[in-house]
Design a protein around this ligand. Sequence first.
Ligand code: GLY
Ligand code: MN
Ligand code: MN
Length: 435
Amino acid sequence: MQAEFRQRREQFMAKIGTGTAILRSAPTAVMHNDVEYNFRQDSNFFYLTGFNEANAVAVLAPHHETHQFVLFVQPKDRDKETWTGYRVGVEAAKEQYGADEVYSIQELDEKLTQYVEKADRIYYHFGRDHNFNQKILNLWQRLIATYEKKGIGPIALEDPILLLHPLRQSKSASELSLMRKAIEIAAEAHNLALEMRNPGRYEYEIQAEMERLFRLRGGLGAAYPSIVASGANACILHYTENDRQMQDGELLLVDAGCSYDYYNSDITRTYPVGNRFTEEQRILYNLVLTAQEKAIAQVQPGNPWNLFHDAAVRTIVEGLMHLGLLQGDIEETIKAEKYKPFFMHGTGHWLGLDVHDVGIRQIGETWQSFQPGQVVTVEPGIYIRPDFQPCEGQPEVPDRWRGIGIRIEDDVLVTETGHDILTAAVPKSIEAMER
Ligand code: GLY
Ligand code: MN
Ligand code: MN
């Protein structure tokens, strides 16, 4: 794996040329008082270094004569390590992470300047650590003040996302195998949920068994707060209370994924709590399924990002018009977004080291197109809250349609010739959802 981290740094450094990139690790997250959340490394920092500790800084300076990759890390400290865990330390980090030079983080102010003063620009992504942001701004201000005298120094400060995120978007073979593992575990958990759903059970029982499997199979845990939403709870997009008792005749929407070695899966299935869909549930389920299949068909190399969402929207609008739940001219309804009370979110997002992974969708007016190696979720839905309010001029929705929420979400890899539905092992046909 070290070879791959090195290769990523080389690819990134080839792009930054005569600039210097400064990357900050994630801070230790404190929950309350001094009780800490589990640590989760910053994804950009992890992608380029593989280094998994808080309070660290990575510097990439391709133009530097001897030190192109420099790490600043927490020094070994027996007392602190007793409380908060093992630290790699300055000595071992050099060898284990392939850095040309490693310093204690306490030396940052003193040592950083030498890696930036001859760069023509600084690449830095402003994060939530305002003190650190200020430190970089101060350094820049100090170096630029002497530019006219010396004719050398960083005349620009640039965000690295345009250079770094396209690299992260294109998944390598080893990244894809971690994603497939995260998906395999989540698929097993979804199949278990499908077996467990029964009237009388509580939503949290399903959550507990799924999350147990995430850990039991070696995953880090849930990739995001699991959504186990029965009945009208399914109309709340990020419902996470998961404390309701399920009733016969309702639907259950389960949106849960697992994190494996920092790579994520993100899967949603919706099925009857009892044995069969009601007529209205079946009609809407079929509509969402068709919309999802049409959207997936648009996930092709070279297709602009907006096409898959447009396909889902058009299918849902046509279907709702056919049912009399929307009315008017199709094009006008789409343009004026009158479908939004039913379907108010995007059809998908990039997936990878982050659940909502990085990636540029649009530059100016131009949609970016899908490229092989990218992974995207495809997750249209229809949500009709009990207190549903249509857009002005649109029909009232009869009671029999209310309280239904449906989403179907798969993780799809863009390939050279089309796509590969990575989550295909989780059934979604009407027949598979009923019993
Ligand atoms: N569960 C988060 C999402 O689907 O985007
Ligand atoms: Mn999801
Ligand atoms: Mn998603």
